[in-house]
Design a protein around this ligand. Sequence first.
Ligand code: SF4
Length: 181
Amino acid sequence: MTTDPVDRLLATARGEPVDDPFRVTGVMMQYYFVCKRELWFESRDLEIDRENATVVRGTRVDETAYSDKRENLHLGMISLDLLDDGRVVEVKPSSALTEPAEMQLSYYLWYLDRVADIHREGVLAHPRERRRESVELTDERIDKVESAICGIHSIVTQPSPPPAEEKPFCDSCAYHDFCWC
Ligand code: SF4
């Protein structure tokens, strides 16, 4: 039985027999590039504070933007939105954290490709800034996604979270009180 995290994730997603299933959601991929401590909390299903202004703001943008032009698709461990033209769309309230959003979208494209043999392009949308960026699953992005999957595995299998490291967005993080109070 393979111990490689990418192979284990793929076997889990394809419903193959796996001694130790391994799942990575889109949010986990995003958090890996935002804050590894946040990723560890997310992996333990610690409840997010929905009253947090930033979380509420982000949720509202996500719920309303392009709502007449997209449909939600659940496929195993991921849940993504498709536009009318078949492209996968990820809507973010701002372009301040571009790399995490790009990697979340890249992971969706990789997962569709590897698990369902569906080849799609993606679009990263920032409706408040009236901006859209195209995202394609290049060889470079494939390597980065698979390397991140291995990195996520090493974080979430630790018995305790990585230490807190202050970041510009800690004040608006849902787990702020776990780190700084
Ligand atoms: S408060 Fe800061 S260090 Fe703590 S989980 Fe959030 S982003 Fe990470």
